[in-house]
Write a new protein. Structure first.
Length: 367
């Protein structure tokens, strides 16, 4: 069986260290927002090149916390792509704001700049690109759009740990995503390029003012025990997840490089007129490698026959989710819906063997 993702083998080298770290933690009793969490916040901030990092319970909370820290008027509009995970939209609603959906660019997984232009209104207060599949949105063009406007740029980086901003001068300093917008939001769900052994998330920013607000809001509006000067959330990273992440972050660049090498092989060897390869950003870290085909059902049969695992990311565009259908009844987002209908995620685990990669390409080309 060619596995879609093999977390156990990815982490095998650090298992003993993690177990020893947890044993020490149990003795210490430093379970919530402890020294391991502080250490990881510093490590991740340094990794991204941002001034500040604030950990939280998960990636959804990271977005909600970021939005709450801005204290925007109720129902202010947040522009997001139609092709993203439902959590992006739910987090906006949790902050009492309104998600405004636009399409992704043709043959791409990232937000269409021209569609953003059409949807900016007097109520628009945030543009939220999603670096889907690890492919980085064109932040440079979005910044041009909102220049001299009272609009924040918050990026959903849940799938882009370690990717570079190809569109920005920030890349000259080799800084990664998480350092070039007002606020960046990350998830450490176990299957991510950098994954915890449970739920966890983090927010990065270069603003001291936002950093101080978010730190309080994530801890029930408090910096000191029993002193609450903000309406807050209970969204704290636990020390076990921080210990895991502190060990795993050391290998993140190496594993991202392996993903990029596998993607290059796919780009070269997949050659079938029935299959379309998406356009990814130059420094994409390939959380997923998604191909498009109208003959998806037959390709799935071939994958099953050849013992190759696969996935869908995602089977529905946001407008097609049952909870949102009534709001977008007569609206179509052609490119996003095409990915939902025709997209298939193929294995891109960093530990894939060369013969496994070759086999996957041969099966796709046989369609």
């Amino acid at each position: 069986m060619i596995k879609f993702l093999d977390i156990y083998n990815q982490d095998k080298r650090v298992h003993k260290n993690i177990i020893n770290d947890i044993k020490k933690l149990i003795v210490k009793g430093d379970f919530i927002l402890g020294s391991a969490v502080n250490e990881f916040e510093k490590n991740f901030s340094k990794f991204c090149g941002s001034k500040y990092a604030i950990s939280c319970a998960n990636g959804t909370d990271a977005i909600t916390l970021a939005l709450k820290s801005l204290y925007l008027p109720k129902n202010s509009e947040v522009i997001i792509p139609a092709m993203t995970y439902c959590a992006t939209a739910f987090a906006i609603l949790n902050a009492n704001l309104k998600p405004v959906i636009v399409d992704v660019a043709k043959s791409s997984s990232t937000i269409d700049i021209d569609e953003i232009k059409k949807k900016i209104s007097k109520k628009t207060r945030v543009i939220m690109p999603v670096h889907l599949y690890g492919s980085v949105a064109n932040l440079k063009e979005i910044k041009k759009l909102i220049k001299k406007k009272n609009i924040y740029l918050i990026d959903d980086c849940a799938q882009a740990h370690g990717a570079l901003d190809d569109s920005s001068s920030v890349n000259k300093n080799n800084k990664k995503i998480g350092a070039s917008t007002d606020i960046s939001c990350f998830s450490f769900y176990p299957a991510k390029n950098l994954g915890a052994y449970g739920d966890a998330g983090i927010i990065t920013t270069n603003s001291k003012k936002l950093y101080q607000k978010i730190r309080k809001i994530r801890n029930l509006g408090s910096e000191k025990k029993y002193i609450h000067d903000h309406i807050g959330m209970n969204s704290r990273m636990d020390s076990i997840q921080a210990l895991v992440l502190n060990r795993k972050i050391k290998n993140l660049d190496k594993y991202n490089n392996k993903r990029q090498k596998i993607a290059k092989i796919y780009n070269k060897l997949i050659n079938n007129k029935k299959v379309e390869k998406l356009k990814y950003s130059k420094s994409c870290v390939y959380h997923q490698y998604v191909i498009l085909t109208k003959d998806r059902s037959n390709l799935i049969k071939l994958f099953k026959k050849n013992n190759i695992q696969y996935g869908f990311h995602y089977p529905f565009a946001i407008n097609r989710l049952q909870v949102f259908r009534k709001f977008y009844k007569n609206k179509k987002f052609e490119n996003s819906e095409k990915i939902a209908k025709c997209g298939l995620s193929i294995p891109i685990d960093p530990n894939l063997k060369e013969n496994e990669i070759t086999k996957i390409c041969k099966v796709i080309n046989s369609l």
